[in-house]
Design a protein around this ligand. Structure first.
Ligand SMILES: [Zn+2]
Ligand SMILES: [Zn+2]
Length: 417
């Protein structure tokens, strides 16, 4: 027996309504903010992610699915959503459009994660990017979209965490302060942190190991070491969040795992859980487009895990509408009735109704049992007598009531259900 590969899962029919619910709400929010959909390929040149996500990140070091195709090209299954969109922005000449270009997407993400609960090797992301405008109002717009979406999904007690990690102007100075601070504590840090100390000290703040937490708490804070333009940007972002009455908390440990972020970073977290369970996260990436070979072009966006959103919808018992209407089941008794029933089903379907024909030439009782197992709203019963009189028996499956109607009256009555 074959099984789905480790870290992957099937999305079964009974779960689809959660997916469609999140998608519908996300599209509606995006459209209200003037964002348009983009789809990019499942795989890209491997170099795109080495360049954008960063060679020293966990993602590129140990998590990408990279392979050589039959022509010898190095390809990587998309491990995150932003770099492909930036690649498309450059390749498709979107810098010629009015800026910023506002885009949203739904896509699968592939990472070779260590197997544990809630970690998938293929997971699904909803994300947005606003490329081409460095105004702090755009940071706030992006945060506002994420916040609005979670509110409209009716998720309760979400917390928004924000931070500024500065830019290439002020970050080297801050890195130096971090190293000075950490130098005295190196012996007490975990192996990962000791490696990060040289290569990417910002990520020391991101360590999840319990033993490293006391040192993180006392570490110098990036928001206290910003250059004047970064400070001004940061004040504008927090000021606008206040203005919009979006509640937030500033957390100096929030640095995000990817190298390309600058200035604003943010996450939205569900109640009583740490950053391991982040539902939505993103930030500004002003250097990324240039890193990919374009002219200096600011950008900001977020990604959110569909699976994480859905876990929280279920945990909070949010009422999600069914994906499709309850069906109507045609119950036909006898050969002549079956011939008529199949035609009746076809004509009702063309009117937009969801119709099943009960299988087999079985008894009334067993066909009605089938109708109720399919959660039918109505059963339409046709036998010799109904055929002769030109009527159809309509059984209301919820109330157990039955009446006879002319075929012509059926669409109106059934649509009303
Ligand atoms: Zn550590
Ligand atoms: Zn700065």
């Amino acid at each position: 027996m074959y099984r789905a590969p480790r870290g992957t899962t099937d999305i079964l029919p009974q779960d689809q309504r959660y997916w469609r619910y999140v998608e519908r709400r996300a599209v509606a929010v995006c459209q209200r903010f003037g964002y348009q959909r983009i789809d990019t390929p499942l795989f890209e040149a491997a170099g795109l992610f080495v360049r954008s996500v960063g060679e020293d990140t966990d993602i590129v070091e140990k998590e990408t699915y990279t392979f050589q195709d039959r022509g010898g090209d190095e390809l990587t299954l998309r491990p995150e959503g932003t770099a492909p969109v930036c690649r498309a922005y450059l390749e498709q000449g979107m810098h010629n459009l009015p800026q910023p270009v506002r885009l949203y997407y739904f896509c699968p993400i592939f990472r070779y994660e260590r197997p544990q609960a809630g970690r998938y090797r293929q997971h699904h992301q909803f994300g947005i990017e606003a490329i081409g405008d460095g105004d702090p109002l755009i940071d706030v717009e992006v945060i506002q979209i994420g916040w609005t979406l979670l509110q409209e999904l009716e998720l309760q007690s979400m917390s928004l965490v924000v931070n500024s990690i500065g830019d290439p102007e002020c970050r080297p100075g801050y890195h130096q302060r971090l190293r000075e601070y950490y130098r005295g504590h190196l012996d007490h840090l975990c192996d990962d942190c000791r490696r990060r100390f040289d290569r990417n000290p910002l990520r020391l703040l991101d360590c999840k190991k319990e033993s490293c937490q006391p040192y993180i708490a006392e570490a110098p804070r990036s928001a206290d070491h910003l250059c004047a333009p970064c400070r001004e940007h940061w004040d504008a972002v927090t000021g606008q969040l206040d203005n919009l009455e979006i509640p937030y908390r500033v957390d100096h440990r929030l640095v995000r795992g990817l190298d390309y972020y600058s200035r604003t970073v943010f996450e939205i977290q569900p109640p009583e859980e740490g950053s391991q369970s982040t539902i939505l996260g993103g930030g500004r990436y002003d250097g990324l487009i240039q890193e990919l070979g374009g002219r200096p072009t600011p950008g900001v966006g977020f990604g959110s895990g569909m699976e994480r959103i859905i876990v929280n919808l279920k945990k909070q018992q949010v009422k999600v509408p069914p994906e499709m209407p309850r069906p109507v089941v045609v119950v036909a008794l006898g050969d002549a009735a079956r011939i008529f029933g199949v035609k009746l089903a076809a004509s009702l379907r063309s009117g937009g109704l969801s119709i099943l024909v009960a299988p087999g030439n079985r008894s009334l009782k067993s066909q009605l049992r089938y109708a109720s197992s399919m959660d039918a709203r109505y059963a339409l019963i046709v036998g010799d007598e109904e055929l002769q009189r030109g009527v159809v028996g309509v059984r209301d499956m919820d109330r157990g009531e039955q009446r006879q109607l002319a075929e012509a009256d059926l669409p109106t009555v059934l649509q009303d259900s």
